[in-house]
Design a protein around this ligand. Structure first.
Ligand SMILES: Nc1ncnc2c1ncn2[C@@H]1O[C@H](COP(=O)(O)OP(=O)(O)OP(=O)(O)O)[C@@H](O)[C@H]1O
Ligand SMILES: [Mg+2]
Length: 504
């Protein structure tokens, strides 16, 4: 055909296409060749990218996980009921993202950001990819501001800073969720935005947490991300990354954010399930070889940003379940090495009613000490030592009933310090109350009281402090160091409260 004839033929067609209201779009599509439990294999998507979203029948979405020469393995993010062999699969050219924004506060959403609370649609919000790079070293700043949990044992002995990653580990039912929830509830006046991410938890436990957040008003500054245990393993796998992206939005605005991952054991199991279904080679405990990487790439996103980057922070409280208090199992050791410290909850202490069951000897905070308020640091300096010595003495005293008066005195002192560290999970304390009570305990003001009256004495100290030392409390909270005058003031009010001496 001569070129002039071809032109005459194509020119009207080209004009037609230029004028079309919907520009034409080329889409790659394939077909499902195998449907498994939470995964599908698709043939005919030669140019699909890793982690790209693929649309299956209707609104069902799959995530490209393993790319092979002739097949692509997708992880399903929806129920697979309508997917059969031969179902068309279409590339979307997008990666998985979630809605982010202020409108999410107070909402309960699933792993891909769909509302679960029957509230308004979140379609209109901006979106952020679920996976994102961790901030580079140059954008990070040291952790300097404390994140108070309101729990004496933690704030005093394993203090957490904003931007820190602190692992919470313990056997089943040792108060892990309760401690994380207390930390969220204690942020009511701190301006910290919270994200609670439940992965593979019992529905009743998650409903309990949401109810508690709602009843206390904490839901107003919290976003809840839920991947239930009966959701596809893919949803459970992406939920923590989605929760982090939601938190990162607030961090990038210069806010302080706390993300609780409850729990990463279920997350790792969901990933193991997917990898075994995808026939990836299993390693230790049948976990895939990159299990360390999936958790480090999640937790490395927690940081304190430098002033040039807005100064926001994202603190992470991942929870992991241990068996028979073994913190040297595969997942716990991985996570201990990724995080900046760990709070170990002991089932032995829990059974003895010593709540919160924080095992002080095995818990550590590697960066939080620098962020602790100066007044607090002055009080807790000896506390850890006194407590560790007491634990040793207590074990030793079981064998020998003839104790020297000094040992007996040290034991009684230690017993009272431990009694003071006991706390109900809904009784959260501000920093100055904690300092006053711990100062009284380490100075030995409780030593003359019978053990069962220590809790009452502690309450009286707090009441007197509120009534008489408002200015002092403000100074402590503003970061003033504890000088001799302040120390004497605090002790005088404590003595007055315990009825030893009238300071009127
Ligand atoms: N400091 C505390 N004071 C009183 N009760 C507490 C305290 N800490 C935890 N509990 C109670 O202990 C029980 C178990 O706590 P929780 O559900 O937080 O444990 P868990 O470790 O998260 O359990 P699971 O492993 O099943 O998730 C709850 O009934 C909770 O109210
Ligand atoms: Mg729990």
């Amino acid at each position: 055909m001569s070129s002039s004839r071809a032109e005459a033929l194509f020119a009207p067609l080209e004009r037609l296409l230029e004028g079309a209201s919907h520009p034409l779009e080329v889409r790659e599509s394939g077909r499902v060749s195998y449907v498994g439990n939470g995964i599908v294999r698709v043939e005919g998507l030669p140019r699909v990218a890793s982690e790209e979203l693929v649309q299956l029948s209707g609104d069902s979405l799959g995530l490209a996980f393993t790319l092979e020469e002739s097949e692509t393995c997708l992880v399903l993010l929806d129920d697979a009921a309508s997917i059969v062999t031969g179902t068309p699969a279409m590339r979307t050219g997008r990666v998985l993202d979630v809605p982010v924004g202020h409108a999410l506060l107070g909402r309960v959403v699933d792993a891909v950001g769909r509302p679960l609370d029957g509230g308004r649609s979140l379609e209109a919000l901006g979106r952020r990819p679920v996976e994102g790079p961790a901030p580079p070293i140059i954008s990070r700043a040291p952790v300097t501001v404390p994140l108070h949990t309101g729990v004496k044992a933690v704030d005093a002995l394993v203090p957490i800073g904003r931007g820190q990653r602190e692992l919470l580990l313990g056997d089943r039912s040792t108060g892990k969720t309760a401690l994380a929830l207390s930390t969220i509830l204690n942020q009511a006046h701190s301006g910290v935005v919270c994200v609670y991410c439940a992965v593979g938890q019992r529905d009743s436990a998650v409903a309990g947490v949401i109810e508690e957040l709602r009843a206390t008003g904490a839901l107003a500054y919290t976003v809840v991300v839920v991947a239930r245990s009966e959701d596809p393993a893919g949803c459970q796998f992406v939920a923590p990354y989605a929760a982090t992206s939601i938190g990162e939005f607030f961090m990038r605005e210069g806010r302080d954010v706390l993300v609780v991952y409850d729990d990463l054991t279920c997350h790792a199991r969901a990933y193991r399930e997917l990898c075994l279904l995808l026939r990836r080679p299993p390693g230790r405990d049948a976990f895939p070889g990159d299990i360390f990487y999936i958790h480090s790439r999640l937790l490395e996103r927690a940081t304190h940003l430098s002033r040039e980057e807005g100064g926001g922070s994202l603190s992470a409280l991942p929870i992991v379940v241990t068996e028979a208090e073994d913190i040297t199992a595969y997942l716990p050791t991985n996570l201990i090495s990724i995080t900046d410290g760990q709070i170990v909850l002991s089932s032995t202490l829990f059974q003895r009613g010593l709540l919160p069951a924080v095992d002080v000897t095995r818990s550590v905070s590697r960066v939080g000490g620098d962020a602790q308020l100066p007044a607090y640091r002055a009080v807790t300096g000896d506390l850890r030592l006194v407590y560790a010595q007491y634990q040793e003495l207590e074990a030793f005293s079981r064998f020998d009933t003839r104790l020297s008066p000094q040992t007996r005195k040290a034991l009684e002192h230690g017993r009272r310090v431990r009694e003071v560290l006991r706390q109900d999970d809904r009784e959260l304390l501000d920093v100055s109350s904690q300092i006053a009570v711990l100062l009284a305990a380490t100075t030995g003001l409780f030593d003359e009281l019978p053990l069962e009256r220590v809790a009452d004495g502690e309450r009286r100290i707090r009441a007197v402090l509120r009534a008489r030392c408002e200015k002092l409390c403000h100074r402590i909270e503003a970061g003033a160091p504890l000088d001799d005058v302040m120390r004497a003031d605090l002790l005088a009010s404590a003595r007055a409260a315990l009825g030893e001496q009238d300071v009127s």
